[in-house]
Design a protein around this ligand. Structure first.
Ligand SMILES: [Zn+2]
Length: 146
Protein backbone atom coordinates (compact mmCIF):
# COMPACT_ATOMS: atom_id res chain seq x y z
CA UNK A 1 0.00 0.00 0.00
CA UNK A 2 1.20 3.49 -0.74
CA UNK A 3 1.29 6.16 1.92
CA UNK A 4 -2.23 6.71 3.26
CA UNK A 5 -4.06 9.90 2.53
CA UNK A 6 -4.02 12.46 5.31
CA UNK A 7 -7.03 14.54 6.23
CA UNK A 8 -7.18 18.18 7.22
CA UNK A 9 -10.21 18.44 9.51
CA UNK A 10 -11.79 21.55 10.95
CA UNK A 11 -13.03 21.10 14.51
CA UNK A 12 -16.51 22.59 14.85
CA UNK A 13 -15.96 23.23 18.55
CA UNK A 14 -12.94 25.52 18.31
CA UNK A 15 -12.76 26.14 14.52
CA UNK A 16 -9.09 25.10 14.34
CA UNK A 17 -7.81 22.70 11.71
CA UNK A 18 -5.55 19.77 12.37
CA UNK A 19 -4.11 16.85 10.46
CA UNK A 20 -5.44 13.32 10.91
CA UNK A 21 -5.03 9.89 9.38
CA UNK A 22 -8.66 9.01 9.88
CA UNK A 23 -11.87 10.84 10.55
CA UNK A 24 -11.77 9.97 14.22
CA UNK A 25 -9.78 10.71 17.35
CA UNK A 26 -9.72 14.07 19.02
CA UNK A 27 -9.05 17.69 18.16
CA UNK A 28 -5.49 18.46 19.37
CA UNK A 29 -6.52 22.05 20.09
CA UNK A 30 -9.55 21.60 22.33
CA UNK A 31 -9.72 17.81 22.86
CA UNK A 32 -13.25 17.44 21.51
CA UNK A 33 -13.91 14.23 19.57
CA UNK A 34 -13.63 14.14 15.78
CA UNK A 35 -16.77 12.64 14.26
CA UNK A 36 -18.15 11.92 10.80
CA UNK A 37 -19.78 15.35 10.97
CA UNK A 38 -16.39 17.08 11.38
CA UNK A 39 -15.68 19.22 8.33
CA UNK A 40 -13.15 17.69 5.94
CA UNK A 41 -11.21 20.67 4.61
CA UNK A 42 -8.79 18.83 2.40
CA UNK A 43 -7.19 15.49 1.65
CA UNK A 44 -3.42 15.54 1.51
CA UNK A 45 -1.57 12.78 -0.36
CA UNK A 46 1.62 12.97 1.70
CA UNK A 47 2.42 13.61 5.33
CA UNK A 48 5.27 15.86 4.18
CA UNK A 49 2.75 18.45 2.98
CA UNK A 50 0.33 17.97 5.85
CA UNK A 51 1.66 20.63 8.19
CA UNK A 52 1.65 23.14 5.34
CA UNK A 53 -1.98 22.40 4.52
CA UNK A 54 -2.97 22.56 8.20
CA UNK A 55 -1.18 25.86 8.68
CA UNK A 56 -2.83 27.23 5.55
CA UNK A 57 -6.26 26.06 6.66
CA UNK A 58 -5.75 27.93 9.94
CA UNK A 59 -4.76 31.13 8.15
CA UNK A 60 -7.20 33.78 6.91
CA UNK A 61 -7.64 33.59 3.15
CA UNK A 62 -6.05 36.97 2.51
CA UNK A 63 -2.74 35.85 4.05
CA UNK A 64 -2.59 32.36 2.57
CA UNK A 65 -0.58 33.02 -0.57
CA UNK A 66 2.21 34.70 1.31
CA UNK A 67 2.28 32.04 3.99
CA UNK A 68 2.24 29.26 1.43
CA UNK A 69 5.27 30.50 -0.43
CA UNK A 70 7.09 30.91 2.86
CA UNK A 71 6.21 27.43 4.11
CA UNK A 72 7.02 25.75 0.83
CA UNK A 73 10.41 27.47 0.81
CA UNK A 74 11.01 26.33 4.40
CA UNK A 75 10.03 22.78 3.55
CA UNK A 76 12.48 22.64 0.65
CA UNK A 77 15.23 24.03 2.81
CA UNK A 78 14.71 21.59 5.65
CA UNK A 79 14.55 18.51 3.45
CA UNK A 80 17.74 19.44 1.64
CA UNK A 81 19.84 20.57 4.55
CA UNK A 82 21.23 18.42 7.33
CA UNK A 83 19.59 20.52 10.00
CA UNK A 84 17.61 18.20 12.26
CA UNK A 85 13.94 18.97 12.10
CA UNK A 86 11.13 18.31 14.50
CA UNK A 87 9.99 15.60 12.11
CA UNK A 88 13.10 13.56 12.80
CA UNK A 89 12.56 13.87 16.52
CA UNK A 90 9.07 12.41 16.21
CA UNK A 91 10.42 8.97 15.35
CA UNK A 92 12.43 8.90 18.58
CA UNK A 93 9.45 10.16 20.53
CA UNK A 94 7.29 7.49 19.01
CA UNK A 95 9.83 4.78 19.87
CA UNK A 96 9.84 5.90 23.47
CA UNK A 97 6.08 6.20 23.58
CA UNK A 98 5.76 2.65 22.32
CA UNK A 99 7.13 1.39 25.59
CA UNK A 100 5.18 3.69 27.89
CA UNK A 101 2.34 5.01 25.69
CA UNK A 102 2.84 8.42 27.24
CA UNK A 103 5.48 11.13 27.09
CA UNK A 104 6.32 13.60 29.78
CA UNK A 105 8.01 16.94 29.26
CA UNK A 106 11.18 15.42 30.74
CA UNK A 107 11.07 12.56 28.22
CA UNK A 108 10.91 14.99 25.33
CA UNK A 109 13.61 17.15 26.82
CA UNK A 110 16.00 14.24 27.29
CA UNK A 111 15.45 13.04 23.70
CA UNK A 112 16.17 16.51 22.35
CA UNK A 113 19.27 16.68 24.51
CA UNK A 114 20.41 13.22 23.47
CA UNK A 115 20.09 14.24 19.83
CA UNK A 116 21.98 17.44 20.50
CA UNK A 117 19.03 19.54 19.42
CA UNK A 118 18.56 22.99 20.78
CA UNK A 119 14.80 23.05 20.30
CA UNK A 120 12.13 24.09 22.76
CA UNK A 121 9.92 21.23 23.94
CA UNK A 122 6.84 23.36 23.35
CA UNK A 123 7.66 23.99 19.69
CA UNK A 124 8.36 20.35 18.94
CA UNK A 125 5.25 19.06 20.67
CA UNK A 126 3.08 21.80 19.23
CA UNK A 127 4.03 20.62 15.78
CA UNK A 128 3.30 17.04 16.77
CA UNK A 129 -0.09 18.16 18.07
CA UNK A 130 -0.82 20.09 14.89
CA UNK A 131 -0.07 17.02 12.85
CA UNK A 132 -2.41 14.98 14.97
CA UNK A 133 0.37 12.70 16.21
CA UNK A 134 -0.07 13.34 19.89
CA UNK A 135 -2.72 14.57 22.25
CA UNK A 136 -1.84 16.72 25.23
CA UNK A 137 -3.42 15.33 28.37
CA UNK A 138 -4.66 17.36 31.29
CA UNK A 139 -1.63 16.67 33.48
CA UNK A 140 0.89 17.97 30.95
CA UNK A 141 1.79 14.65 29.34
CA UNK A 142 1.40 13.68 25.71
CA UNK A 143 -0.28 10.57 24.41
CA UNK A 144 0.56 9.13 21.00
CA UNK A 145 -2.54 8.68 18.87
CA UNK A 146 -1.13 6.10 16.48
ZN1 LIG B 1 -11.19 21.79 18.58
Amino acid sequence: MSEPTWLVLRCHHCGQCSGHRFQKGRCPHCGQPITRETELVKQVPSSADLHIEVALANTPEALRDELKSRLVAQNLNSSESETPSARRVFQSLRDLANTTGMLSRNDVESILKKKGLDMPVEAVMEQAENEGLVLRTADGHWMFLE
